[in-house]
Design a protein around this ligand. Structure first.
Ligand SMILES: Cc1cc2nc3c(=O)[nH]c(=O)nc-3n(C[C@H](O)[C@H](O)[C@H](O)COP(=O)(O)O)c2cc1C
Length: 193
């Protein structure tokens, strides 16, 4: 079993800390896993040239997205962790989402890849409660569902770590966070077993 954790924050912050904790949890469960920090990758914005990807079933850009898509296809489980920016994911995460449309295009025209065996977990991070649910809805129902991937667990974390200059603040303040992450990891593993 292989899990790919994708972190959509443009900075080293709360989402990144949550992704790293989850990675340790998966390793502890004996699950092979890898984190992709999108901020460290070159994923160019989708140019909307569907004439190209409809014909070639790949993006015309020679950026890092080709490698990321291969990792998605090789993974059984996906964990998407992202900050909330106005009820939406940040630009780098949205670029990633748009570039995943190649998977949909290919499936639409060729019937492959069938992604329905993959399962996902979606985590939203923000300083306030409003719009966190909306962001999860955007990722879970508008993005993952379109690709045919079921989301088996979601979570919303409110953190003000950055205001305190301590990215462990969430974990130090709320002792239920780590068990919650463990529960979600176990749920994903169970759904894939
Ligand atoms: C452009 C921008 C928009 C944001 N919009 C929201 C928002 O609508 N609601 C919210 O709760 N937090 C908002 N935030 C705060 C981030 O969600 C918060 O700082 C989060 O912890 C960042 O995650 P990170 O530390 O993983 O980068 C925004 C931050 C930025 C930079």
């Amino acid at each position: 079993m292989r899990v790919l954790i994708i972190c959509g924050s443009p900075r080293k912050g709360n989402s990144e800390n949550i992704a790293s904790r989850l990675s340790s949890i998966f390793s502890g469960l004996g699950v092979e896993n890898e984190i992709i920090f999108l901020r460290k990758h070159n994923v160019l914005p989708c140019e909307g040239c569907v004439e190209y990807c409809n014909k070639h079933y790949k993006c015309k850009h020679n950026d890092d997205m080709g490698g990321i898509l291969k990792k998605i296809l090789a993974a059984d489980g996906l964990v998407l962790v992202s900050p909330n920016y106005f009820g939406m994911p940040p630009g780098i995460f949205k670029n990633f989402i748009d570039k995943c449309s190649v998977l949909y295009t290919k499936k639409y025209f060729t019937g492959k890849p069938d992604l329905s065996a993959k399962k996902a977990v979606v985590i939203a991070v923000g300083t306030d409660k409003p719009f966190l649910g909306e962001m999860i809805h955007n990722i879970k129902d508008n993005f993952l569902s379109t690709l045919g991937i079921e989301t088996v667990a979601t979570a919303e974390f409110i953190t003000k770590s950055e205001l305190k200059g301590n990215y462990n603040e969430l974990f130090e303040r709320d002792s239920s966070v780590l068990p919650m992450l463990k529960e979600m990891a176990e749920k994903l593993v169970k759904a894939l077993s």
